[in-house]
Design a protein around this ligand. Sequence first.
Ligand SMILES: [Zn+2]
Length: 240
Amino acid sequence: MTDDQSRKNYLRARKEQHRTGRIGWLRAAVLGANDGIVSTASLVVGVAAADATHANIMIAGVAGLVAGAMSMAAGEYVSVSSQADTEKADLDLERKELEADGESELLELTGIYVERGLDEPLARQVAEQLTRHDALAAHARDELGISEKMPPRPGQAALASASAFTAGAALPLLAAFLTPIAMIAVVVSVLSLGFLALLGSVSAYVGGAPIAKAVARVSFWGALAMTATAGIGKLFGVVA
Ligand SMILES: [Zn+2]
């Protein structure tokens, strides 16, 4: 391999790393928006199928938006907080172990580097230098897999999730608001499937995943959800 080729490969590898770094928040945002579109569109289509008034459809849609956004925020807050608690407990334990038995911890770190492919003397040397530099950071990173560069932020994660859901939910809601009642079920279904497909293709493009597959996947699940609620709406609309 020429120098030029290996440099290109190196740069490509770096670019891929960037991609995976971006995937985390992107996936959360897309997931939130997807949820917002699917659940609100399904709600609107279901209520519309039950022959509700335009005002009732809008009330159901807005209530669905608020309930969904709150539930996303609460779920995200709880999940990220408990992750943060676990990481903090792990770090506290590690700190105690480092104070109590430095030599065992040095052996442990050496073992980790040997497992990753360094030979014993070099692994020992690396472990000693990193321990001198910042023992807790070295154990956190290489033993526990905790990166201190990105501490979990429950409040921020909750806000991001709720915003993404709201942005997604606003699309079918706006469509329902602007459409005459007789057309609501059809217009909201078609537009929402379009939004889902667009969102799926953008996220697949940014994440470097196959686009057609992503579009087919979100469209299928979206269509299934709306068909199910439309069926239920029709059923109860007839009974009531
Ligand atoms: Zn350790």
